[in-house]
Design a protein around this ligand. Sequence first.
Ligand code: DQA
Length: 142
Amino acid sequence: MKQLIIINGPNLNLLGKREPEIYGDQTFEDYLEKLTAKFPDVTLSYYQSNIEGELINKIQEVGFSFDGIILNAAAYTHTSIGIGDAVKAIETPVIEVHISNTFSREEFRHQSYISPNSEGVILGFGLQSYDLAIESFRNQNE
Ligand code: DQA
């Protein structure tokens, strides 16, 4: 079974409460339960942190053994050279995801330090962005 992990960055622990007009009204925990049931043929782990260094530690920890990382670095996407470097340093492929369409929002959200070293980017499909990333890893042959 493919071993995948979703890594979520700052403020994504507030999904359901945070700006529901942009991010929806579902908690990530509820959504994760549905995702896990939808993809019984992959092993799905989940990690969330509001702290940049902890996100880097997790990327390094899984980045040489897992089959795929689905990374929503949230606001750090637009600021963190350190997370960008971590994505570059590891062997596990990364798919960058965002719930909102960052290109239809403020200019500062148009820059990403993650994209240049990601396999691909999925954004703007709400929480479904994560489903699509998992499907992509699932459809890739060993
Ligand atoms: C986000 C978009 C980011 O610009 C923002 O800072 C977030 C969430 C998204 O999933 O749409 O926290 O990554």
